[in-house]
Ligand binder design. Structure first.
Ligand code: EPZ
Length: 435
């Protein structure tokens, strides 16, 4: 089976300064925070722009490492890319002249696998090294490969590089054996310019799948059914440039909602689509937290230790795996014993060893975490092992007594824009220092 890679240490060679966050816990978070654009939509929509040979303007992008890496990747293959710190990217891909992506850059992120779909779609050929990304368990891409093969591409792997080529891509019916966000999006990307009709059955329904389909349609593609488990694509010969605004990041929003509950706070999380957060709101309410939904804001208020709950992570609209780590951290101070079952990724409990250093009582049995709530966590030096583990440790630090020092902030920066600035505005005591 084709597998994914581990988080690389590219930051050292790229001159990235190692930093840590120091949090003095105990402050209630209060006030308003505005959520940035969705990372997991951005990392697909930016490469999708090269399917047309015109100019695309993408707005509401989060200014995070993954977006900056994508700018470098597109520039390296010949696109002209302009990115502003307020999240606007203009991509002119008329000058792209290669279907080969460079290992050194691609290895810096997981979602570089979307380059296979878009290069296949544009050139009928792609050579892309295996992706990097967070180490949260085996990360196979067999369903992506199955989809490309069904569309008529020959795929093989040589020296760690995935090589795909097709004389012509022809639409097909593709049944996904597992519900995969990445495979659903990648097959859409390759299929929009294929001859004839493609149907993806058992497709992922995440909001960012819908966002990518909307962007493709904005470029002139014909994608219907995104957001349901059957997506139908009518191939077209040419796409045109367009302007598009990315949806808000529901995982960042959920992280702030959990942080508000964890600090007995009162926070209004703005620029959100409340519907995307229903599973999170429902769990918080079950825990005794007050959640008030408005048009594009959610207010979260709490004044007591949360009640225990059980959670099973599932594809959307189930409880998102990407919020399991922040949520299990909040449950470490719940009244009673909570049980979490992580159904999506097999190794997504690395934050647990760290919060145990802070006084949490958790037993892991395979994919299940049994969390016996304690009244308080205590500050300690801890290390982020991946993006959401980092977010979980920030939440642990905010609710703990005393000082927490979080190393490996680089993982958090991959997915959260200005996290400490946003938290400071809400009243947190948090500083970033060089390691
Ligand atoms: C996306 O990863 C997200 N990443 C992840 O977000 C998120 O955790 C995940 O979806 C699930 O929601 C991006 O969008 C860039 P999958 P992806 O394919 O697409 C199995 C975060 O914290 N599978 O939906 O790589 C796989 O092993 C990150 O922001 C196969 O078996 O995930 C997993 O168990 C981390 N074969 C399940 O499916 C395949 O070919 C879901 O994976 C593909 C996946």
């Amino acid at each position: 089976m084709l597998g994914g890679g581990e988080c690389p240490d590219y930051w050292e060679w790229s001159g990235y300064t190692l930093e840590k966050l120091i949090i003095t816990g105990g402050n209630r978070l209060t006030g308003k925070v505005s959520v940035s654009g969705a990372k997991n939509a951005a990392v697909a929509i930016i490469p999708a722009a090269i399917l047309c040979e015109g100019v695309c303007t993408i707005d509401n992008l989060p200014y995070i490492d993954d977006v900056i890496v994508l700018k470098d990747i597109l520039t390296q293959i010949g696109a002209k890319v302009d990115l502003t710190t307020d999240g606007k990217m203009v991509i002119d891909s008329s000058g792209i002249n290669t279907y080969r992506a460079n290992y050194d850059i691609v290895n810096r992120m997981r979602a570089s696998y979307y380059l296979i779909g878009v290069l296949l779609g544009r050139f009928g050929k792609a050579e892309v090294p295996f992706p990097g990304g967070c180490d949260i368990g085996a990360r196979p891409i067999d369903q992506h490969i199955k989809g490309f093969s069904a569309l008529g591409a020959d795929i093989f792997v040589e020296h760690g590089i995935i090589k795909a080529s097709a004389k012509r891509l022809v639409g097909a019916e593709i049944y996904l054996d597992v519900v995969s966000v990445g495979a659903t999006i990648n097959i859409m990307l390759a299929a929009v310019k294929a001859e004839g009709n493609t149907t993806i059955v058992n497709a992922a329904k995440e909001p960012h799948v819908v966002d990518v389909a909307n962007f493709l349609n904005c470029m002139g593609a014909n994608v219907k059914g995104a957001g349901t488990d059957i997506i139908r694509i009518k191939g077209c010969q040419q796409l045109k440039g367009c302007s598009y605004t990315i949806i808000p990041d529901q995982i960042e929003a959920g992280t702030f909602m959990i942080a508000a509950a964890a600090t007995m706070g009162d926070v209004t999380v703005c620029n959100v689509i409340p519907k995307h957060l229903e599973s999170v709101s429902a769990k918080l309410v079950e825990m005794g937290v007050t959640v008030e939904e408005m048009d594009d804001c959610i207010r979260v208020k709490n004044n007591a230790r949360p009640k225990k709950v059980n959670i099973k992570t599932l594809p959307y609209p189930g409880f998102p795996t990407d919020l399991q780590q922040p949520m299990s951290t909040l449950l470490s101070i719940a009244e009673g014993t909570s049980v979490i079952t992580e159904n999506v990724w097999e190794a997504r409990y690395k934050h647990i060893e760290e919060i145990k250093k802070m006084g949490a009582k958790v037993k892991i049995e395979d994919r299940v975490a049994i969390i016996e709530g304690v009244p308080k966590l205590y500050g300690a030096p801890v290390t982020a092992s991946d993006l959401r583990a980092g977010a979980a440790l920030v939440i642990a630090g905010l609710m703990a007594h005393g000082k927490t020092e979080i190393s490996n902030v680089k993982y958090i920066d991959r997915g959260y824009e200005n996290i400490e600035q946003k938290l400071i505005k809400l009243g947190a005591d948090i500083v970033r220092v060089k390691e």
